[in-house]
Write a protein that binds this ligand. Sequence first.
Ligand code: BT5
Length: 255
Amino acid sequence: SDGLQTDTIGTKIYYFDSIDSTQNFALELSRKPHENGSLVIAERQTQGRGRLDRKWVSPKGGIWLSILLRPNFEPSYTSLFPMLTSLALSVAIQKTLKIKTELKWPNDVTINGDKVAGILIDASIESNKIDYLVIGIGINFKIKPSKITSQIKEGKKYGITTLVKKNQDGNPVKLIQQFLLELEKSYNDIISGSTANIRKEWMKRSSTIGKNVTATTTTGTIKGKAVGIDKTGALLLSSRGKVERVLAGDIAYKR
Ligand code: BT5
């Protein structure tokens, strides 16, 4: 926690050499009092997970962390969190490592289209109030991409990359500190109800807006041109003269 400039996030840190999943640990913590802002971080995960229980490969060399938050605001803001978190990460990567990244809706951080980080949000909402949120972030900091692709079926058709290459130097601690600072800034923005800036900044860094995409949701697929993001973080697709709203799902860009 040395050098951390945040007030809420990271006030308590749980560090593990190896754990099943930092996300699961943070979910357990939510049952205890006084854990707002707690950070769980591990060198490697044996059961890392993505959205919809997909596998998240988490060997040594990556940054695997989860943050437990108990925000006091409308549950509809929850869907903004993938955006807010990936934006904070993109800014921190640029500031500390001078690397440009793109944001792909809803939760990917990419370099030239290859995934370098992913975000997972677990939310518990009770009687129209947020009980807690757990934000999970996985960053391929310094990992040979083949170490990841070899462990996932869809590895070949899926571009995966690392922030720092084999012979390069990079300081993961600086990146984490900057990321937490950026995250807390946007978190405070959301708490005070100002989300316009987050959406504007996300769109500036996004590779999604303006593209023809195929969105896969739990109810089917929608094709259209990505024209924007609404207040809740939903993707707006222009399709046959209508604007369709995609609240959750995955997208692929048409080549
Ligand atoms: C995500 O899911 O991108 C969210 C990943 C969140 C991981 C963090 S690490 C700390 C915390 N603890 C956890 O257990 N999880 C969180 P999704 O968009 O569903 O992407 C999952 C897909 O990405 C998989 O199906 C694979 O195809 C691919 N994948 C798996 N491991 C990867 C990696 N290390 N880098 C890039 N892609 C990966």
